[in-house]
Design a protein around this ligand. Structure first.
Ligand SMILES: [Ca+2]
Ligand SMILES: [Zn+2]
Length: 746
């Protein structure tokens, strides 16, 4: 970063502080009125205060907020949440929605409940899905258990009879059998391309494959396998990724956070966000549903997970060439091979009994109405469905969400009123593939599209306490840094910002290290990024070792995600939960109360520059990027002019002027949205700068349509997609121009 930029950012920050205070004053000294009227009276009160007075009031409010966030309350919330199982579409799920609604009503929120009828997937409650190895006479010589195991340390008062067995949601039922078995590492596209150099790719046709969880979204693994005519997929968590220290019982659960030998990650295999029967439209009773047969979004081949103890039984019966070292896992006395025919004429069989069912789900939304701009929404969300007890995914988010409701209501009772409306969202059916929140986004696409300022997501909010990482729109980069300087890190005497610098060996460029620009399809922000077009943020407190594994903690989606796990190993004093609550809460407090939105368009320029460099580096040399480069250069000039105009000419006491500028800031991210989507197949991915990668939904891909075309080696389409992205950057430029006329372009 050059020094000019530092000065510039510093001045933006100081202006933002002044603007902050103005916004807060409006909140603090409002005369109580009906919550539905727009309160212009208090604007004159604001103008009577000195800057010094405003600063004191803001600092007091901020301190009051930070002090109110209570670790014991969060612990209590998590304990209560984890007494039950939470599978979407079940009685547990409906009861949880009712209990959240009741709790939030008691706190005084204006609560609405939003039902949808969506396609979900369940294993057979009586007959587990089984993988077996069979001899020449088709007698089973080994059979998987179909369950995880319980331990003496598990809390027997929990309803373990209600837990859902390991299964891969939406994979079809049926029995498949093959004498050919291949090991394909993590089943990434690269892994498949590599194995084509080792074996004849036609050999994969009719085979069953085994691969390990990790690196990419599990649905993409199964999707990759379908393309090769593979008939069944077996997934397992290799100890090298999930039991890193040792597979001995004293190194794994219940004695540590690492995967025991029968532990299994559940999860969805849907390569779509939302209900697969009502793509683009809400799953309401009036809506047409596409037939389930040949539905293009549902996985087509049988797939099932097993414990690594069971995977070992399979891997030792394989034949073929030994794999390269980066394909080798950590199972004792296993020679990892690429595969081929099984030893001794054995065959392998997968039997799955999954069913698809349309079930009703309910979201809970609780609102504190804004008193100056009630039609501008800041949303905080977490999902309450879970594969089982869900202590981390997403008990951590739900427990924090409840605490924030309590704290914000306490502020309201002490006469604080937010400028904008603050909405708390409790989503369900997230685990099935963002099915729930996407339906809500689809139903209210138009009003959310024009009214949502930012969506703040908490999913797997705490898996450790060493380091906070964030995913966000580049517009929120400087804002996130500012908030991180005001919140104490857990278990150490430093702020989150100071912790980043320490971990980054004193280097202050922490955003580049710990922030991911753009958001993927990994959680409920998906609909807000791709359909709503708001500028969003999500964060997680984790242990540094979790970074290696695509963010997945070892016991992710197992039945061992219990209160005991969190209390004993993850966050004993709930200080990491408290830090997340403070960061999300302070962000929400600011975004609902500040008069001028704290978005910095110049950061988007930096993000565009780094994406352009990355894209150029993977593109064929013949590709011409001049038009895109010029648009990005022009974006910088216009973004700087915009920031300059705010500093010099904006009259912050004029509510109309303020609204005009805020609308421009809100429209900036929306200007990048292509209503047609990135392709006919991916019409739901509308953000032209960042969208989930088609090869890994866990990753946000920059310039997704250009990158896809580069991967396809389609020169004409690459050039076409560059022109389309150039157009959307020009759209963003036009948003930042003075809005009093339409600027002509050359
Ligand atoms: Ca839908
Ligand atoms: Zn989750």
């Amino acid at each position: 970063m050059n020094s000019n930029k530092l000065v510039y950012i510093g001045s933006i920050v100081s202006i933002a502080i002044v603007l902050f205070i103005g916004g807060l004053l409006i909140g603090r000294f409002a005369i109580p009125r009906s919550s539905n009227t727009i309160d212009t009276y208090n604007l004159s009160i604001v103008n009577q205060r000195t800057e010094e007075e405003r600063k004191i009031i803001w600092n007091n409010l901020k301190q009051q907020f930070l002090n109110l966030v209570n670790a014991q309350e969060i612990e209590k919330n998590l304990y209560n949440f984890t007494r039950h199982t939470h599978l979407a579409g079940t009685d547990d799920d409906r009861n949880e929605a009712e209990s959240i609604a009741t709790k939030w009503r008691e706190y005084g929120l204006d609560v609405t409940i939003h039902p949808y009828d969506v396609l979900l997937s369940y294993p057979n409650p009586i007959q587990p899905n089984i993988i077996s190895i069979r001899d020449q006479n088709n007698n089973s010589i080994f059979q998987s258990n179909g369950n995880e195991l319980m331990f003496n340390e598990d809390d027997k008062s929990l309803p373990f009879n209600n837990i859902v067995r390991p299964f891969l949601a939406y994979t079809p039922n049926g029995t498949v059998q093959s004498r050919k078995l291949f090991y394909i590492n993590y089943c990434t596209t690269d892994d498949f391309q590599f194995i084509e150099t080792i074996i004849d790719k036609n050999d994969l046709n009719g085979s069953i494959i085994i691969c390990r969880f990790g690196k990419i979204f599990r649905g993409n693994k199964i999707g990759n396998a379908e393309k090769y005519g593979i008939i069944g997929v077996i997934l397992y968590s290799d100890p090298i990724d999930f039991a890193r220290n040792s597979t001995r019982s004293n190194s794994t659960y219940p004695n540590s956070i690492y995967m025991p030998d029968m532990g299994q990650q559940r999860g969805s295999a849907l390569i779509l966000s939302g209900d697969p029967l009502t793509k683009h439209y809400p799953a309401k009773d009036y809506m047409y549903r596409v037939p389930i047969d040949n539905n293009p979004w549902l996985p087509k081949i049988v797939a099932q997970q097993i414990g690594y103890k069971e995977a070992r039984e399979i891997l030792i019966r394989m034949t073929g060439i030994s794999v390269l070292s980066n394909w080798t896992g950590g199972l004792d006395q296993v020679n990892y091979v690429y595969g081929g025919l099984l030893l001794d004429d054995l065959s392998i069989q997968i039997s799955s009994y999954n069913t698809l069912q349309i079930r009703r789900i309910h979201h809970v939304i609780g609102t504190i109405t804004g008193h100056i701009e009630p039609d501008r929404y800041v949303l905080i969300g977490a999902h309450f469905d879970a594969w089982n007890f869900g202590a981390i995914d997403d008990g951590s988010g739900i427990a924090v969400n409840h605490e924030l409701v309590r704290v914000f209501r306490t502020l309201v009772r002490s006469n604080w009123k937010p400028r904008r409306s603050l909405m708390f969202c409790a989503w369900t059916a997230e685990e099935y593939g963002i099915v729930g929140s996407m339906e809500f986004v689809e139903e209210y696409a138009k009003i959310l599209g024009s009214r949502v300022v930012s969506y703040l997501n908490m999913d797997v909010a705490v898996t450790g306490s060493e380091l906070m990482i964030m995913e966000m729109s580049p517009l929120l980069y400087d804002f996130a840094i500012k908030i991180s300087k005001q919140v104490k890190a857990p278990y150490v005497n430093e702020t989150i910002y100071e912790q980043w610098i320490r971990i980054n060996n004193g280097n202050h460029n922490v955003g580049e290290k710990f922030f991911t620009m753009g958001l993927s399809a990994i959680s409920d922000f998906a609909g807000f990024n791709q359909i709503v077009g708001s500028s969003n943020i999500a964060m997680t407190y984790l242990n540094k070792s979790d970074l290696k594994n695509a963010g997945a903690y070892p016991l992710y989606h197992t039945q061992y995600e219990t209160f005991r796990l969190v209390k004993k190993f993850v966050d004993p004093e709930f200080q990491a939960h408290q830090a997340i609550a403070r960061v999300i809460g302070l962000s929400a407090l600011t975004l609902t109360d500040i008069d001028l939105l704290p978005y910095n368009p110049a950061r988007y320029h930096q993000a565009l520059v780094s994406l352009l460099n990355l894209t150029k580096s993977i593109a064929p040399k013949s590709i011409n990027f001049t038009s895109l480069q010029n648009a990005i250069d022009q974006f910088k000039i216009v973004a700087d002019q915009f920031n300059q105009r705010i500093q010099t000419t904006l009259d912050k006491s004029n509510p109309i002027q303020l609204r005009i500028v805020n609308d421009q800031l809100m429209q900036l991210e929306r200007a990048f949205q292509n209503p047609l989507g990135s392709s006919i197949e991916q019409a739901d991915l509308k953000h032209t700068i960042y969208a989930p990668s088609r090869t890994n939904r866990y990753n946000a891909r920059g310039f997704p349509s250009i990158t896809d075309a580069i991967e396809d080696h389609n020169i004409t389409n690459i050039q076409q997609q560059i022109s389309i992205v150039t157009y959307f950057i020009h759209s963003a430029i036009s948003v930042l121009h003075q809005p009093n006329k339409i600027q002509a372009t050359s």
